[in-house]
Design a binder for this molecule. Structure first.
Ligand SMILES: [Zn+2]
Length: 162
């Protein structure tokens, strides 16, 4: 079984298990993989997604937890920058990533370095929810992640960095 971090065309991030990467391809192609939020079947693998720590709210005391030695290891939140090797087979995926990114940029407000602040305000209901994108340092991303704030990085295509 493989767990993939996925995102729909509207940018909702979620995770799903698949038998294999071939099974993933087949199910996505047939529209069997849908977003749990908006039910869209247009889903793509997210290049990297921070682990979401549930719906814990600020000021809410965490319940005491038994720590088990067999708890699954979580990947480090400071993941390295996304990279990709582009083979011919991946051209289609790459094209879709580009579309996803363009879609996000077109439909979201650019908030620049205020991203962590704006994301937090939305998360805690201080301002209305909307799609935003901007910049967050690895530390800021880690903090947001620890507060259970859902966000994910814009896909970056290697050849656009030149
Ligand atoms: Zn969705």
């Amino acid at each position: 079984m493989i767990r993939y971090a996925l995102a729909c065309e509207k940018g909702h991030a979620f995770e799903s298990w698949f038998q294999s990467s071939a099974a993933y391809d087949k199910q996505v192609k047939r529209g069997l993989v849908t977003c749990p939020v908006c039910n869209s079947a247009k889903v793509e693998k997210a290049i990297m997604a921070p682990q979401l720590s549930g719906t814990k709210k600020r000021g809410e005391a965490a319940p005491p937890q038994q720590v088990s030695s067999s708890a699954p290891a979580t990947p480090p939140p400071e993941a390295p920058a996304p990279v990709a090797m582009v083979s011919p087979q991946e051209r289609e995926l790459r094209k879709k990533l580009k579309e996803l990114r363009e879609h996000l940029i077109k439909n979201a407000d650019y908030v620049g370095k205020k991203f962590p602040e704006e994301a937090r305000k939305m998360h805690y209901g201080e301002i209305e929810h909307r799609s935003i994108y901007g910049e967050a340092s690895p530390d800021q991303a880690k903090e947001l992640n620890e507060e259970g704030i859902e966000f994910h990085p814009l896909p970056v295509l290697p050849d656009e960095r030149n």
